[in-house]
Design a protein around this ligand. Structure first.
Ligand code: HMG
Ligand code: MG
Length: 300
C-alpha cells in the first residue's frame, strides 16, 4: 500500500541556492519563492540564518523572508545552526525553523564546527527557546546513507541522532542523503532503524540525486509508508561542505512520478516549471531536472 498523499518540502531556495557560486539579488530569490508558492508547494524552505562567513549565499536571509508573499496554507521554514540563527529567523517574521545535525562526526565538524554531541546540546537550547517563541522546529540528520569523509554509516547511528532530535522537540526528522549515495537497497535498513526511535508520520526523506538513484529510493520509501519528501525545483542544489554533492532530487521529477502513481501532492507541475524557468538563466547553467529538460525541449 502506497500513501494516498505526500507532503513535498521544497528546498531549492535554501539547499539549491546556498551552493550556487553566483550571488543572486534577493529580489530574484523572492520572485522564485513566490512562483513556488503559486505552484501550490505546502512547505518552502526559504533561507538559512547561518554565519555569512561560512555561507555567503545566505547572507540576505532576512531580506528574502521579509520580501516574500506568504500564501495561506504554505509554511516557510529556514535553517538555523544556533540560537543566534533562531533569533534572526524570528525577527524576520518566521514561525518555522530547521536544525541540522549529522550522523558522522567528520561531517558535523566540517559543516558546523562542532561534534555531534556539542551540536545536540546547541539544538536543545534552540528547541527550548523555540518553544518560548511558539516556533516549530524540524530536524535534519545529514550523512544518513554515507559520508564523504567516513564512508559507510551504521543505521543505528542515524536512529540515535534522529531520536535525540525528536526527543528535544523536533516535530519531523528529515533523514538526509547529503552526497547522493543512497539507493533502494539501503532504504529498508535505515527506515527500520529510524522507526525504532521516530514514528512513521514524523519521518521525511531528503535526497540529493548525485548518482541518479533518488527517485528509485523514494519509490522504495513510499512502500515503507514514508509520506514527506524534500526536493528542489529544477534539481538545484548541493552542499558546500560535501565534496561532489550535486543537486537535490528535482521537484518536477518527483511530482511527475507521484502524479503517475496517483499520489496527491497538491503541486501544479506546469506552475512549477515556471519557477524553474525563472531561475535557470539567473544561475548561469542548465538545470538538471529530467522532467524540466524534457518539457523545455518539447516547448511546453
Ligand atoms: P564557528 O566559526 O565555529 O562559530 O561557526 P562562531 O560561534 O565563532 O561564529 C563565527 C562567526 O559567525 C561569528 O562572527 C558569529 O557571531 C557568527 P564574528 O564574531 O566572527 O564576526 N555567527 C552567526 N552569524 C549569523 N547567523 C548565525 C551565526 N552564528 C554565528 N546563526 C557556525 C559555527 C555553526 C555558526 C557555522 O559553522 C555555520 O554557520 N555553519 C553553517 C553551515 C551550513 O550552512 N551548511 C549548509 C547547510 S547544511 C546542509 O546543506 C545539509 C542539509 O541540506 C541536509 C543534507 O543534505 O544532509 C540540511
Ligand atoms: Mg541537503
Amino acid at each position: 500500500m502506497l500513501p494516498a498523499a505526500v507532503t513535498i518540502v521544497e528546498v531549492g531556495p535554501r539547499d539549491g541556492l546556498q551552493n550556487e557560486p553566483l550571488r543572486l539579488p534577493h529580489q530574484d530569490k523572492v520572485r522564485f519563492i513566490d512562483l513556488l508558492s503559486a505552484a501550490g508547494l505546502p512547505v518552502i524552505e526559504v533561507a538559512a540564518f547561518v554565519s555569512p562567513r561560512w555561507v555567503p549565499q545566505m547572507a540576505d536571509a532576512a531580506e528574502v523572508c521579509q520580501g516574500i508573499t506568504r500564501r495561506s496554507g504554505t509554511r516557510y521554514p529556514a535553517l538555523v545552526p544556533n540560537e543566534t540563527g533562531l533569533e534572526r529567523a524570528h525577527a524576520a517574521g518566521l514561525s518555522d525553523v530547521a536544525i541540522f545535525a549529522a550522523a558522522s562526526e567528520a561531517f558535523s565538524r566540517k559543516n558546523i564546527n562542532q561534534s555531534i554531541a556539542e551540536s545536540l546540546e546547541t539544538y536543545r537550547r534552540v528547541c527550548t527557546r523555540a518553544r518560548e517563541l511558539d516556533m516549530r522546529v524540524r530536524g535534519y540528520v545529514s550523512t544518513a546513507f554515507g559520508c564523504p569523509f567516513e564512508g559507510t554509516i551504521a543505521p543505528s547511528r542515524v536512529a540515535d541522532v534522529a531520536g535525540a532530535l525528536l526527543d528535544m522537540g523536533a516535530f519531523e526528522i528529515a533523514i538526509s542523503d547529503t552526497i547522493g549515495v543512497a539507493h533502494p537497497g539501503q532504504m529498508p535498513a535505515v527506515i527500520e532503524a529510524v522507526l525504532s526511535r521516530v514514528p512513521l508520520q514524523a519521518i521525511a526523506l531528503h535526497l540529493h540525486d548525485t548518482r541518479g538513484t533518488a527517485l528509485a529510493s523514494v519509490l522504495s520509501a513510499l512502500h515503507h509508508g514514508v509520506a514527506t519528501y524534500d526536493a528542489s525545483a529544477g534539481g538545484l542544489g548541493g552542499c558546500p561542505y560535501a565534496p561532489g554533492a550535486t543537486g537535490n532530487l528535482a521537484t518536477e521529477d518527483l511530482v511527475y512520478m507521484l502524479d503517475g502513481l496517483g499520489i496527491e501532492s497538491g503541486v501544479d507541475l506546469g506552475a512549477l516549471l515556471e519557477a524553474s524557468r525563472f531561475m535557470e538563466p539567473r544561475i548561469g547553467h542548465p538545470l538538471p531536472s529530467r522532467y524540466y529538460r524534457a518539457a523545455t525541449a518539447a516547448g511546453s
